[in-house]
Design a protein around this ligand. Structure first.
Ligand SMILES: Cc1ncc(COP(=O)(O)O)c(C=O)c1O
Length: 390
């Protein structure tokens, strides 16, 4: 059988899942000597030792068996404490579920909210995995383009609401946003919640960058405006705050009434997160505030360096991000940023992600992750500025 004949036998939703444009550039430039990698969404600091040591202790203690599908009780209690500290009110441990990264939380949320023939509204530019995950599940992502203008990136709520049709089951909102840094105001969250309540829609609230907020200790959250039993899936992760991208552990928060359904979906997908990782995550939540402050200071310094350095070239357009840790910028005279990202690997030795990977509205932009040592961000900015000035 030829390769294409073999592929033709697959379920189309799996076969046609798009290749991530970010991974394409990453694969192209991986391993180049001296390349500064600003293409994926992670910093350069390894996981702090006090977190890794908790995993080592757990393994040494023999925690190598199957574990709770919802997460070990100690982790779920630590999540409730973390949320109480961060959002200033009480949370039940019953609403938290350990998942395989933030991506695992998205997967499970999408499985619950939308299936074949349904639609999920996705404001773009957006991290591509949500829309792809909706598609693989047989539903259709419906993009609503955000606008870039003098006020930076804006989401027109009337357009967002107008996109909801009879097949719409859920609305995705990532704030602070990867890649633009756009951050919803409390009023916007309130309006979106009111609309979702009126129309009986689920909200998939991706708040993984909630601590990376430059104007306040955290970004506005649906937790500020919603009731505990509102139809909201909150997606979160240990990846960003605690430099744990490679561990693959995150959490889903939902009304506790869904507990048995979520337990079942975990059982029939990953069958749970390794206990030793959950022990590490518990320590991260309880003892990781100083590290988060360090990460935020690094992100702030990186943001200032790239905004100043690229802004001075006069060849790029961007709005200063209010949250997350990316600069999303357009280069005058360079509409094809997939090609441009590949060229910048060869000619500037800097790895960036092409904007079209984040949806139609991202075309013509590049994403740069600035959560790195200030020296490296300075050097990458200087290389890009030299390239732009040629
Ligand atoms: C907006 C957004 N949501 C979710 C995730 C997933 O995080 P994880 O790496 O924990 O799966 C990411 C990762 O980049 C992200 O940017």
């Amino acid at each position: 059988m030829t390769d294409s004949a073999l592929l033709a036998t697959l379920r189309s939703e799996a076969r046609d899942a798009p290749e991530s444009g970010i991974v394409e550039v990453f694969n192209y430039g991986r391993g180049r000597p001296g390349l500064i990698p600003l293409w994926v969404g992670e910093g350069d600091l390894p996981t702090p030792g006090f977190i890794s040591e908790a995993a080592n202790r757990s393994l040494a203690d023999g925690e190598t068996f199957y574990t709770y599908q919802r997460g070990v009780p100690e982790l779920r209690e630590a999540l409730a404490r973390y949320h109480m500290r961060t959002f200033g009110r009480a949370f039940s441990p019953d609403r938290f579920f350990a998942t395989i990264g933030g991506m695992g939380a998205i997967q499970i949320a999408v499985r619950m909210a939308a299936g074949a023939g349904d639609e999920v509204i996705v404001p773009t530019p957006a991290w591509p995995n949500l829309a792809a995950s909706v598609g693989v599940g047989g539903a259709r992502p419906r993009e609503v383009a955000m606008r870039f203008g003098n006020a930076g990136w804006t989401l027109d709520l009337d357009e967002l609401f107008a996109a909801a049709g009879p097949r719409t089951k859920a609305l995705f909102l990532n704030s602070p946003c990867n890649p633009t840094g756009w951050t919803a105001t409390r009023e916007e969250l309130q309006a979106i919640l009111a609309f979702a309540r009126k129309r009986g829609l689920w909200i998939i609230a991706d708040e993984v960058y909630h601590r990376f907020s430059y104007g306040a200790p955290r970004s506005p959250s649906f937790y500020d405006v919603a009731e505990d039993d509102d139809r909201i899936f909150y997606v979160n992760t240990f990846s960003k705050n605690w430099a744990m991208t490679g561990w693959r552990i995150g959490w889903l928060s939902s009304p506790p009434a869904l507990g048995q359904v979520i337990e079942n979906l975990v059982q029939y997908s990953s069958s749970g997160v390794a206990a030793f990782m959950q022990r590490a995550a518990t320590v991260a939540l309880d003892e990781g505030e100083a590290f988060i402050a360090e990460q935020l200071a690094r992100a702030r310094a990186g943001r200032d360096i790239v905004c100043r350095g690229l802004g001075a070239t006069g060849r790029v357009r961007f709005s200063e991000p209010a949250g997350a840790f990316y600069l999303f910028f357009a280069v005058d005279g360079e509409p094809d940023t997939r090609k441009l990202a590949l060229r910048l690997v060869d000619e500037a030795n800097v790895g960036l992600a092409p904007g079209a990977s984040f949806g139609e509205a991202g075309k013509g932009f590049l994403r740069l992750c600035y959560l790195r040592s200030p020296d490296q961000v300075e050097e990458a900015t200087a290389r890009l500025a030299r390239w732009l000035g040629r």
